[in-house]
Design a protein around this ligand. Structure first.
Ligand code: ADP
Ligand code: MG
Length: 239
């Protein structure tokens, strides 16, 4: 207990919430599939960054999170590693044609979605893990087809995903993890209602929210979307 507290102090991590697991000091400390561990190493990641040390074990435990840490601190992998791990365990249960989406990342811009999907593909290489990108600028029919072929993860901008949902029926109740990246930015861009609408199309997913800064609005949204929220803050984000 005390050891955990001094470790967090040293890493400049603060947590709020119930039963938050201790930070991990190595990627091997969680139940990460061996192939994913190799891909993490292959990406040149030797050690987890502080936000990864705390967010990964909490996400693995199924906790819903509101995470803030400065830009460049490795937030993307801190949610993609649990997401890929979760998706990869379904290899035997679902044939690829039956495969329905298991996780979804919403991000404010097309460019960010492209980057997130790229990193997801790198981490998921060699695992039963396929991704679909749902953003403006590409034909919607192709994006829909890709999803219907069977993917584990959808990476989308809220506007485009709502477009897709209103024009085509899509069952999203298999999505168990919803990641909201750059929530502060999504709210600033006026995506609040769209994000809420997407959330309501899912069946009470684990929600992983990421924000550079945590405003009252971000906190309010987190409290609506989650029951037992864990708040993780690393360093002095926003400064
Ligand atoms: P953030 O979303 O917090 O702004 P990113 O997730 O984009 O930051 O990560 C910033 C950079 O750090 C990326 O180039 C990423 O590949 C790299 N990175 C992430 N995690 C690690 C790690 N554990 N070790 C080394 N580099 C990392
Ligand atoms: Mg980021």
């Amino acid at each position: 207990e005390n050891q955990t507290e001094s470790l967090r102090l040293r890493l400049d991590i603060s947590v709020k919430g119930n039963c938050v697991p201790a930070p991990i000091l190595s990627f091997a400390a969680c139940n990460i599939p061996r192939k994913l561990l190799e891909n993490i190493q292959g990406s040149g990641f030797e050690m987890p960054t502080p936000v990864q040390m705390q967010a990964i074990p909490a996400a693995f435990k199924g906790q819903s999170l509101l995470v803030s840490a400065e830009t460049g601190s490795g937030k993307t992998a801190s949610y993609l590693i649990p997401v890929v791990s979760y998706c990869a365990q379904f290899k035997h249960e679902q044939s690829s044609t039956m495969k329905r989406p298991l996780a979804m990342v919403l991000a404010p811009t097309r460019e960010l979605c492209i980057q997130v999907e790229e990193q997801a593909k790198l981490l998921g290489k060699g695992l039963p893990f396929k991704t679909a990108l749902v953003v403006g600028g590409d034909p919607m029919a192709r994006q829909l087809y890709r999803i219907q072929e069977g993917v584990s993860l959808i990476v989308a901008t809220p506007g485009r995903l709502i477009d897709l949902l209103t024009k085509h029926h899509m069952d999203l109740d298999s999505v168990s993890i919803l990641v909201l990246d750059e929530v502060d930015c999504m709210l600033q861009k006026g995506f609040r209602e769209q994000v809420m609408q997407i959330y309501r199309a899912l069946s009470r997913p684990q929600v992983l929210m990421y924000s550079a800064t945590v405003s009252k609005e971000v906190e309010k949204m987190a409290s609506i979307l989650t029951n037992d929220l864990v708040i993780v803050t690393v360093g002095n984000p926003g400064n």
